[in-house]
Structures are given as C-alpha cells and as structure tokens.
Design a protein around this ligand. Structure first.
Ligand SMILES: [Zn+2]
Length: 307
C-alpha cells in the first residue's frame, strides 16, 4: 500500500479535532493525531540525520492505512489543486496541459518565459523616451509576473515529489504528471534530486540544459553576504564516503544578484529550489573533495518550503 506523502499538519482528536502545525505538537499529543482532512490516523516521525544532513521531523500515515477517498491529502487531490492554481494565469500559456485526466508539465513554457523576461529587460534598458520606457516597463512587469507564476508551479510540483517516501507513490506521481522539454520526456529522476542523489546530479550537471529541482536543508539563518557581484546562502553539506576512504562533500549554494530573495529562510528548514545549476570542484585536505552545486536565484518563487 502506498505510504502517502509526508504531512506537516494534523488534527488532535482529544482537543475537538483542533488543527495543529507540527511545530505546535507536544510529545503527549502524539497518540491523538489524525489527518487534517480525513479521519485516518497519522504518526509522528522524529527528525534524523541522513548523510550528515538534517531531515526535519514530519508526520506520516499510520502503517497500512490510506487517506479516505476524496481527502485533500491524496496525491490526486494535491496535483489537481496545484494545476487549478497554475491555470488561468493572465496572458500566459498553460504550464500544465491536460492529458486524459493526467497532466503534462511543459518545461518549455517556463524556459521561454525566462528568455522573454531577459529580452523585456533589454528593451526597457534601451528605451529612450519616457513614454516608450513606460510601455516597456509595463511589459517587463507583466512578463515577470508570468514567470513568477511558472516558477511557483515548478516548485509546487517538485515539493509534492519531495514529500514522497515510498516507491508506489513515486509511480503514482509519474503517472499523474509527465515532464516534457523540447518534445522529449524528462524522467522525474532527472528533474528532482534529494540529498541522496546529489552525487548523481553533480555527475549529470554538464548535460542538463533545463531547470532542475533539489531539496536542500538551510544551513544557518544568515544575512546573505555579498561576494563580489552577488549574494550567497548555503544549504547543509551532504557527506558521502567513498570505497577508497576518501570523502566527497556536496555543498549546495544559492546565489542571487539581490539579497532579498535569499533572506527569508531559517536554519534547518527543508526547502525546494528550482533553477539552472553550475558545479565546481575543489580538492581539500585529508582526502576530502568539496563539490559545489550552485543555483542562481532571480525570482522569489524559485525557493519554497517543504512544509
Ligand atoms: Zn486524509
């Protein structure tokens, strides 16, 4: 039986089904938890370390149970809700196309919008007269809004993938949502990378020509520091030991030309990042190699919390 997605809200049967976020749940509450939307029991999972990286606490279905049909926490309901929210974006192409009750996530729509925004920025910069500048600015703002909505959709769908723990649920999502780029299918494994798959991402990076999504745990709350021309914020390092005793340290790093986009996250929060990546390798001492996975962030909606 599919295990269902990680959850971060529950209701408390001993407190008139009060809705609680995981941060409000005390140890003595843990025997009274049911799904936020149906009567299925749920269980608390403590935070733990995986590959040296912190996995925050979460909630999951009680073993061998399932959400009631129509519960808003089923994968189908969550995907339908995300698609509904993503359609009818003003003056835009549909980023999700419907296909017999399932959906196609059209990566080209997002990539084209990035290109369009760059060209709108150039037009605005080059506009000479005030009236022309005003018109170009309006166009730029509309284009930026559209791109923000597309990033929101991409991060939203990656977030659902990040909440999956079980292979049956992975299969269900890959049936519900197919990813297409340049008329080719992109497998979910080539779009979404959690910390277990940082090594794979690092290896494939040079061949990937579309935006990908990664799960990342924020290392510490920080004021992003300007590093030359840009600001940076870091994710927790993921440490992988190799057979020869050497170690690879995979270090996710976010870069932005504005500090504001990187400021809103706290230490230990698990977030999803969507964007284009660069990699860099730096051998260090004691057989350790630092492998940097760098994402450029220009839009707030490229980053979203998992909970
Ligand atoms: Zn439910």
């Amino acid at each position: 039986m599919a295990a269902g997605l990680k959850m971060f809200y529950a209701r408390h049967t001993g407190k008139q089904n009060k809705k609680m976020h995981i941060s409000e749940i005390a140890p003595e509450d843990k025997d009274y938890l049911i799904c936020r939307y149906c009567a299925t029991r749920i269980v608390w999972v403590d935070s733990f370390k995986r590959l040296g990286k912190n996995i925050p606490a979460y909630l999951r279905l009680w073993p061998n149970t399932a959400h009631e049909p129509g519960c808003k926490n089923t994968m189908k309901s969550l995907v339908d809700a995300l698609v509904a929210e993503s359609t009818n974006i003003e003056d835009a192409q549909e980023v999700f196309a419907e296909d017999n009750g399932n959906y196609v996530f059209r990566m080209n729509v997002l990539v084209d919008a990035v290109r369009e925004l760059k060209s709108a920025q150039k037009d605005l910069d080059e506009a000479a007269e005030d009236s022309e500048k005003e018109r170009k600015r309006t166009h730029y703002q509309r284009t930026e809004k559209k791109l923000t909505d597309y990033f929101n959709s991409a991060a939203g769908i990656a977030k659902l993938r990040a909440r999956i723990e079980d292979s049956e649920d992975k299969e269900e999502l890959s049936k519900l949502v197919t990813i297409m780029f340049n008329k080719k299918k992109v497998s979910w494994n080539d779009f979404f990378f959690d910390e277990n798959r940082y090594p794979t991402l690092f290896k494939k990076a040079s061949k990937i020509d579309y935006p990908v999504a990664i799960a990342l745990t924020v290392e510490k709350e920080e004021t992003p520091v300007a590093n030359g021309a840009f600001f940076t914020a870091k994710g927790e390092t993921c440490r992988v030991s190799k057979e020869d005793g050497e170690k690879d340290f995979f270090c996710p790093e976010l870069r932005s030309h504005t500090s504001g986009t990187l400021l809103k996250f706290k230490a230990k929060e698990e977030v999803i990042v969507v964007g284009w990546l660069n990699t860099k390798e730096a051998p260090w001492k004691h057989g350790i190699t630092y492998k940097n996975i760098i994402f450029w962030i220009d839009n707030n909606k490229q980053i979203t919390r998992v909970d």
